[in-house]
Design a protein around this ligand. Structure first.
Ligand code: PRP
Ligand code: URA
Length: 221
């Protein structure tokens, strides 16, 4: 299935990356399959987060440190890990944290709790704890699903209210409606999408999507 780029019309794609890498697409197909069980689902979410993170973190700040090789002393680059924060949107975003931590183990982790009202589809905040100070950090907000975009927009609003500036949003599956809304509301943030699906249905679920990401990660219903 191709990414539904056509649905974005003439949207400016600055700050938007929609992945086409075969490894990411293969793993997303396994996620979509309703017969994929909780254990494999969790592993796949984490692996996709790591693969997306590899690309999304290509501009992480680095610093040079001295190192003694078997041949001579030199200066060589390392990640300034203290300058990064991962912020999962609860619950489903939790599934993406380990994959990114495997790339940057020293990153701080904040949490934003939002749930979508099943009738109105509006997000409701129930928790927010972010690393402080946050102004200087690269902040990677993770949530597997970008549907209407309401949850992502609210999460970014909350981070900006706390002083966050350099913000990236990483998801696994997006609906065109949600991607447009997030990009229009927060054109300054970088958005990474594993696959851009067809559309939302009447219940604001992504089609074809993968169902309820939180329920599939945590085995709830
Ligand atoms: C899901 C998902 C996103 C949100 C996306 O969470 O993980 O946070 O819906 O929908 P939106 O773009 O229309 O806001 P949900 O509210 O179901 O909570 P959960 O992760 O606790 O299951
Ligand atoms: N949240 C999910 O978990 N899945 C969707 O398709 C939409 C919102």
């Amino acid at each position: 299935m191709k990414n539904n780029i056509e649905a974005l019309g003439d949207m400016d794609m600055t700050n938007v990356v929609i992945f086409e890498h075969p490894l990411i697409q293969h793993k997303i197909t396994r996620l979509r399959d309703k017969s994929t069980g909780t254990n494999e689902f969790r592993t796949l979410v984490s692996e996709i987060a790591m693969l997306e993170g590899y690309e999304a973190l290509r501009d992480l700040p680095t610093e040079e440190i001295p190192v003694e090789t078997p041949i001579e002393n030199t200066m060589s680059s390392v990640i300034s890990g203290k300058k990064m924060a991962i912020v999962p949107v609860l619950r489903a975003g939790l599934g993406m944290v380990d994959g990114i931590l495997s790339l940057v183990p020293t990153a701080k982790v904040g949490h934003i709790g939002l749930y979508r009202d099943p009738e109105t589809h509006e997000p409701h905040e129930y928790y927010c704890k972010l690393p402080s100070p946050i102004e200087q950090r690269t902040i990677v907000v993770v949530d597997p699903m970008l549907a209407t975009g309401g949850s992502a927009c609210d999460a970014i609003n909350m981070i900006k209210q706390h002083g966050g500036k350099k913000i990236k949003f990483m998801c696994i599956i997006a609906a065109p409606e949600g991607l447009k809304k997030l990009h229009e509301t927060h054109p300054d943030i970088q958005i990474y999408v594993g696959h851009l699906d067809r559309e939302l249905n009447a219940d604001a679920y992504i089609c074809p999507g993968l169902g309820d990401a939180g329920d599939r990660i945590f085995g709830t219903k």
